[in-house]
Design a binder for this molecule. Structure first.
Ligand code: DOR
Ligand code: ZN
Length: 334
């Protein structure tokens, strides 16, 4: 049984820089036609020069004729319309992090004052630049995303022309929000479709499944799975593949992030097949994203998967992937 996907896209990806970029960029570029690249480097991507030179390094490292990095800036309320307009051809989206909420987000927002945000968010609306949001408060870890709902509502209602992407949603409350506001969309990761908090911490602690937002309850996973499998037009695949070296994961003070880029399409195929929904996979991994992000040009690529065992490597460079050493049901046809 062969499955063919056209121009698969990863709408939330961490590629890092330096040696790590050299390891991970080719792995995404091998299967994906393009990806929204997160700006949480040290220092974050906040200037035209940083954005353009990072894009160059990605293109070089990805070793691909087709792979398109869609670049993002780290949100600052001081970005002016003139600045954003001058970058429009190179800038796909802007990523907003609450301060200190996750890896390299210290320079994020420490408050959500609508008037302070208005000039930048209005300019983004006018220029059709989507706002990607890491939606967590600093409350109790299981409630952080649900507590952020009121901020999403405030943003969505004050900026009705702004496309707001709720990144890596993990709760049924976030799924419900999608139908409440026309301008709210979401990415869903592979791991949040598969695991709950039990898989992370219910038995022996699994550092390679630890991420932000943390995986939640079975009913939350069921709500995410439902909208993914039905190809809900407001949800897109975004892996949030977030590589950290093994020593930073298997440590006292484990870094947050699950590395899934090289296994994502194989596992998604298995999951959608298992639920008799493979006809919706194309929508989830590409078509929906292209309808939501009307400011991207997507290279036409095809990728075929075959029902043939694939043993996941124990490591890619210094990084341990999800399902390391396990056998997956589908392989990429090379
Ligand atoms: O688990 C995560 N890792 N969540 C994020 O939001 C950031 C990411 C990273 O950059 O490592
Ligand atoms: Zn992320």
């Amino acid at each position: 049984m062969f499955i063919t996907l056209t121009s698969p896209l990863d709408m939330h990806l961490h590629l890092r820089d330096g040696a790590m970029l050299q390891t991970v960029a080719p792995l995404s570029a091998e299967t994906f036609a393009g990806a929204i690249v997160m700006p949480n480097l040290v220092p974050p991507i906040e200037t035209e020069e940083a954005l353009l030179s990072y894009k160059e390094r990605i293109l070089k490292a990805s070793n691909s004729e087709t792979f398109t990095p869609y670049m993002t800036l780290f949100f600052k309320p001081t970005y002016t319309k003139e600045f954003l307009e001058s970058l429009k051809d190179e800038l796909t989206a802007i990523k907003l992090y609450p301060a200190g909420i996750t890896t390299n987000s210290e320079g994020g927002l420490s408050g959500f004052d609508v008037e302070e945000l208005r000039p930048t968010l209005t300019a983004m609306s006018e220029l059709n630049i989507p706002l990607c949001v890491h939606g967590e408060t600093n409350g109790f870890v299981m409630d952080r995303e649900a507590e952020f709902s009121s901020i999403y509502e405030m943003l969505a209602s004050n900026f009705p022309k702004l496309k707001i992407i709720m990144e890596h949603i993990t709760t049924k409350e976030s799924v419900a929000l999608l139908d409440k506001f026309e301008n709210l969309y979401a990415t869903i990761t592979l791991h949040h479709l598969l695991i709950t908090l039990d898989d992370v911490a219910g038995g022996m602690l699994q550092p390679h499944l630890f991420c932000k937002p943390i995986a939640k309850r079975p009913e939350d996973r069921a709500a995410l799975l439902k909208v993914a499998l039905e190809g809900h037009p407001k949800v897109m695949f975004g892996s949030d593949s977030a590589p950290h070296p093994q020593h930073a994961k298997e440590a006292c003070g484990c870094a947050a992030g699950v590395f899934t880029a090289p296994i994502a399409l194989q596992v998604l195929t298995e999951l959608f097949m298992k639920h008799s929904s493979v006809q919706k996979l194309q929508a989830f991994v590409s078509d929906n994203a292209q309808k939501i992000y009307t400011n991207i040009t997507v290279p036409k690529t095809t990728i075929t998967l075959d029902e043939r065992a694939f043993v996941v490597p124990d490591k890619y460079g210094e990084v341990v992937p999800m399902y390391a050493g396990e056998t997956l049901k589908y392989s990429i046809v090379i």
